[in-house]
Design a protein around this ligand. Structure first.
Ligand SMILES: Nc1ncnc2c1ncn2[C@@H]1O[C@H](COP(=O)(O)OP(=O)(O)OP(=O)(O)O)[C@@H](O)[C@H]1O
Ligand SMILES: [Mg+2]
Length: 417
C-alpha cells in the first residue's frame, strides 16, 4: 500500500498535505500550522540545521551561522550541484534542499502517524525562462532528492493546475478560468475549464487549454524596493573621491538579492568595502554598508525590505526598519514610487497573461473567472497589470499561500489513492 502526499516546495513558503481516512488534509509542520517558510539556518554554535520560522528567528537573534532562503531559485542552474562552506564543512546546495525536503517529510509523517512513500511534487511551469533543458534539469534534481529521502513514487504537477484543483472545490457553475499563481520566485498561469461536475476527474487533459509561466516573483519586487529605497541609505548613488567614480552598483545588487547575499561576506569583499569606506564622499553611508558586511546583516535587511513591501500592499507608505544597522535608521518607501520601480515587472506580468491567453487561443472575454493566488498576487501593481488584460470584475481569491498545497494533495489522492 502506498501512502501519498502533496508537496509544495516554494521559493518563500512550503507546505505538505496528506490523506487521512481518504480525505486530503494539510499537515501541521510547525506550531500546529501548515505554512512552513522555506528557510534553513545552519547554527554554527550548536552545529545543527534549523528549519522554517525557527531558522529565521534564530538568525535574527544574531547567533553565529548561515541563513539560506530562496533555494528553489537555483534549482535550474548548475549552482545547485556546487558546494558551499559552512564554517568547516562543505555541503552542496542540492544536499541543503534535501535536508529541507527530509525535514518536511518527517514532520508530515509525525502528523499522519505513518511513513509516506509517494509524492505529487509541485513545480512551476518554467523554473527559468526559455530554457527547456534547465526545466528538465530542475525536475530531475527534485526527483533524485525526493527518491533519496524515501519517496518510492515521485510525480509532478504544475503549480497553477494544483491551485485550479483547490479553487474548483468551491466553484458552483462551469467556468473557463485563468489561474494566476504569483509567488516568491515565479508567476504561473493556466487556462482551464472548471466545474462542479469535473471535480473528481483525474485526467484533465481535455480541460486544460494552456499552461505558461515566467520567472517573476516577490523576491524580484524585494530587490527593486531594496535598490530604490534602502540601498541609497548605504551609499548607492553616492561617489568616491577617486576620479569621482560611483560606489559600485553590483555590490548593492548582490546585497538586494537573496541568493547572492552570502557571497558578499568573503574576506576580499570585506577588504573592498573597507577601502570604499575610506574613499567615500559620504562616509556615513558607506559606514552602514561596512556594518552590514562586517556583521552579516544582509538577510536581516532583506527581511526588513520584504516586510515593508508587504505593508505597502495595504498602505500608501511604510518605513523600512534599519535600526539594527544604526540606531534610529529607517528609509521611507511609498507605494507610488514602488509601482514605478517595478514598471518592468508590471509590463512582463501583463505580457505573460496575454501570452497565456494566446496559447489557449481565447480572448479576455472568453475568460469567466480569474483565480488569483500566491502571496505576490496581493501586490496592487501586479493586480493592476493583470486587470489591464482581463476585467478585475472576474477576479476571485482563495487561500493565497496554501491553495497549491491543497490542490497537490487532492491530486495525490486521485493519483495514488
Ligand atoms: N500582502 C502581501 N503583499 C505583497 N507581497 C506579499 C504579501 N504576502 C506575501 N507576499 C509575498 O509573497 C511571496 C510568497 O508567496 P508564496 O508563498 O505564494 O510563494 P512561494 O510559493 O514560496 O513561491 P513560488 O511559488 O514562486 O516558488 C513573498 O515574496 C512574500 O513577500
Ligand atoms: Mg508557490
Amino acid at each position: 500500500m502506498t501512502t501519498a502526499c502533496g508537496l509544495d516546495f516554494g521559493t518563500s513558503n512550503s507546505a505538505i498535505g496528506v490523506i487521512r481516512d481518504g480525505a486530503p488534509e494539510l499537515a501541521a509542520l510547525e506550531n500546529g500550522q501548515p505554512l512552513f517558510p522555506s528557510a534553513i539556518f545552519f547554527d554554527f554554535e550548536h552545529g545543527r540545521p534549523l528549519f522554517g520560522t525557527e531558522a529565521i528567528e534564530t538568525y535574527m537573534t544574531q547567533v553565529d551561522g548561515r541563513l539560506m532562503r530562496a533555494l528553489k531559485s537555483i534549482l535550474a542552474t548548475p549552482l545547485v550541484k556546487e558546494s558551499t562552506f559552512l564554517k568547516t564543512q562543505r555541503i552542496s546546495f542540492e544536499s541543503v534542499i534535501g535536508l529541507f525536503v527530509a525535514e518536511m517529510k518527517q514532520r508530515a509523517e509525525e502528523s499522519l502517524g505513518r511513513p509516506i512513500d509517494a509524492v505529487v511534487h509541485g513545480r512551476p511551469v518554467h523554473f527559468v525562462d526559455g530554457d527547456a533543458a534547465g526545466d528538465r534539469f530542475a525536475e530531475d534534481t527534485l526527483t533524485v532528492i525526493a527518491q533519496s529521502k524515501g519517496f518510492r513514487h515521485v510525480s509532478f504537477q504544475y503549480e497553477p493546475l494544483a491551485a485550479a484543483r483547490a479553487y474548483e472545490a468551491k466553484v458552483e457553475a462551469e467556468t473557463l478560468a485563468l489561474i494566476c499563481d504569483i509567488g516568491g520566485g515565479t508567476s504561473d498561469f493556466s487556462v482551464i475549464r472548471l466545474g462542479p461536475a469535473r471535480r473528481g476527474i483525474a485526467d484533465r487533459k481535455d480541460d486544460i487549454l494552456a499552461n505558461f509561466g515566467i520567472r517573476l516573483g516577490g523576491t524580484d519586487l524585494d530587490r527593486h524596493l531594496s535598490l530604490d529605497a534602502a540601498m541609497p541609505m548605504l551609499g548607492l548613488g553616492s561617489s568616491l573621491h577617486t576620479k569621482n567614480l560611483p560606489m559600485p552598483r553590483q555590490l548593492y545588487a548582490d546585497l538586494a538579492h537573496w541568493p547572492s547575499i552570502n557571497q558578499l561576506y568573503t574576506p576580499a569583499n570585506r577588504r573592498m568595502v573597507h577601502e570604499l569606506h575610506a574613499d567615500a564622499v559620504e562616509p556615513q553611508k558607506a559606514a552602514r554598508l561596512k556594518t552590514v558586511v562586517d556583521k552579516h546583516l544582509g538577510h536581516r535587511l532583506a527581511l526588513s525590505v520584504e516586510e515593508t513591501k508587504i505593508r505597502l500592499s495595504n498602505a500608501p507608505a511604510a518605513a523600512i526598519d534599519m535600526n539594527f544597522i544604526e540606531p534610529g535608521l529607517a528609509a521611507m518607501a511609498a507605494r507610488d514610487r514602488f509601482d514605478d520601480a517595478v514598471a518592468g515587472e508590471r509590463a512582463r506580468m501583463a505580457a505573460a497573461v496575454q501570452e497565456t491567453l494566446a496559447r489557449a487561443e481565447v480572448t479576455p472575454n472568453d475568460i469567466g473567472t480569474v483565480f488569483l493566488t500566491g502571496g505576490s498576487s496581493r501586490v496592487p501593481a501586479l493586480k493592476k497589470a493583470i486587470a489591464s488584460v482581463v476585467s478585475p470584475n472576474k477576479f476571485a481569491t482563495g487561500d493565497d499561500l496554501l491553495s497549491v498545497a491543497i490542490g497537490l494533495t487532492e491530486e495525490a489522492r486521485l493519483r495514488y489513492g
